[in-house]
Ligand binder design. Structure first.
Ligand code: GDP
Length: 453
């Protein structure tokens, strides 16, 4: 769904990732790229403006300049702001204290309401609820039939104007009173002790007065606990106007994005929560009844930014890394002092504080394709390196060049490793040291430790 937006944003960040400290010009260029990507994806102009202003302000502030890795911090900010426009917290359905809980569906014709009614009924049934579907869409000739079919597939009963006769819909039904049907449907649910009622209502191809009035009348008659506004994520910029019209005309408690499996630009869908101030609660992702998921703003943001679970990783790093130590390290590198084995040891320990290396590496995006390498990663490697460094004298840690052949053999014995392992570590360390020197000459230090192996 958000593939092209996702590609645009990730390539913007790729440009940033190669940099150390960020100038105001770097940040402005990034914000400009983000703005273009969002606008091209059909995100509403007002939302884009607010979003980019928030990102820019935060990116210029101390949270980025004081960060271990400024570029990553910018990504973190974009992610947080994206979660915010998507509604912040995950919002679950509210159930009535006294059943039945009444859920009303509203939206344009073709938005996916009837399909959603079946999906929601199935999901609720699987959670142990006993939903009843009510066919109050008497506008479209085949709507009652369609709901009956969906209900059967979900294995839940349906309340229709002519119970038992869902094979054909005649004029009498089309002319029926949807408000009365909705009211009777809820009364029936109460009598038959269904704990949830889902009321499907009519939609028009476009917004019109009559449709709004009817939906508002149904709302007044059945006093729903939730009114879910279903919107086709592929309708582009119209999404915002449609959502506003429904918010004014019927009002709703939550949004359902349907057809999220499509490949349209879909950014308009990203505007709906912000523009209406109502949370996105569910996503519909296909024609099957099981193509349905609870909408998590944070996970959707991660998906859009193609970041795996890097955020958890960054957060864990922030927690595990002692900022005083990191600052000392940065200072050391910036002033051209040598990065020593003692520093390396401190960094290894901080790395270990973050938990299992395998689990951490697995949180990186794209790691799915590197499963094999990940599986062969040996956690004990970190312990071995630590043991080798601990077997050296402080003078040796400061200046490994003084470690001769016999000392190498002695260190290997002391650490329970081999001379080859000691040699390898010293070689790798020399490489890391060279890299640190280059960094202190080139961009700023980023404080991240060199990974073993
Ligand atoms: P309603 O008029 O709002 O009740 O919309 P329907 O439930 O009848 O859906 C309209 C069309 O969209 C139907 O052909 C559905 O099969 C299709 N549809 C509904 N939801 C989805 C979805 O999430 N993904 C896809 N690809 N198609 C959907």
């Amino acid at each position: 769904m958000f593939n092209s937006l996702s590609d645009r944003l990730t390539s913007t960040f790729k440009n940033l990732r190669t940099r150390g400290r960020l100038s105001e010009a770097d940040i402005d260029a990034t914000v400009r790229e983000i703005r273009r990507a969002l606008l091209d994806a059909d995100v509403a102009v007002s939302v884009v403006r607010e979003f980019t202003a928030a990102v820019r302000e935060r990116a210029l502030g101390s949270e980025v300049s004081g960060a271990l890795n400024p570029a990553q911090q910018v990504v973190k900010i974009v992610n947080e702001e994206l979660v915010e426009i998507l509604g912040g917290q995950t919002r679950a359905l509210t159930f009535a204290k006294v059943p039945p809980t009444v859920i009303m569906l509203a939206g344009l014709q073709g938005a996916g309401k009837t399909t959603l009614a079946g999906k929601l009924a199935l999901a609720l049934k699987e959670q142990g609820h006993t939903p009843l579907l009510v066919a109050a869409d008497l506008q479209r000739p085949n709507a009652v039939n369609q709901l009956a079919v969906v209900a059967e597939r979900a294995g839940v009963p349906v309340f229709a104007p002519h119970p038992g006769n869902t094979s054909a819909v005649d004029d009498a039904i089309v002319d029926g009173d949807p408000v009365a049907v909705a009211r009777d449907g809820v009364a029936t649910a109460r009598a038959r002790q269904h704990d949830v009622v889902i009321v499907d209502t009519a939609g028009r191809l476009g917004i019109d007065e009559l449709l709004m009035r009817q939906a508002a009348d149904i709302r007044a008659a059945v006093q729903p606990d939730e009114v879910l506004f279903v919107i086709d994520a592929m309708i582009g910029q119209d999404a915002v106007n449609t959502a506003k019209a429904f918010a004014d005309g019927v009002d709703f408690t939550g949004v359902v994005l349907s057809k999220l499996d499509g490949d349209a630009r879909g950014g308009a869908a990203l505007s709906v929560a912000k523009v209406t101030g109502r949370p996105i609660m569910f996503a519909s992702t296909g024609e099957k009844l099981t193509d349905f998921e609870v909408f998590h703003p944070d996970r959707m943001a991660s998906r859009i930014l193609d970041m795996g679970d890097v955020l958890t990783l960054i957060e864990q790093a922030e927690r595990a890394f002692d900022s005083e130590q990191a600052a000392k390290m940065a200072e050391k590198v910036a002033t051209g002092q040598d990065f020593t084995l003692a520093d390396f040891l401190v960094q290894m320990q901080q790395l270990k504080n973050m938990g299992s290396m395998k689990k951490m590496l697995g949180m990186l995006p794209g790691m799915g394709q590197m499963r094999e390498a990940l599986d062969s990663f040996d956690e004990r490697e970190v312990d071995r390196i630590e043991a080798v460094i601990r077997s050296m004298t402080p003078a040796e840690r400061d200046n490994p060049k003084i470690i001769n052949g016999s000392r190498r053999a002695r260190i290997a014995r002391g650490s329970g490793t081999t001379t080859t392992a000691v040699n390898q570590l010293l070689e790798r360390f020399e490489g890391a040291q060279k890299m640190m020197r280059q960094m202190s000459r080139g961009g700023g230090p980023n404080g991240m430790p060199a990974l073993p192996g």
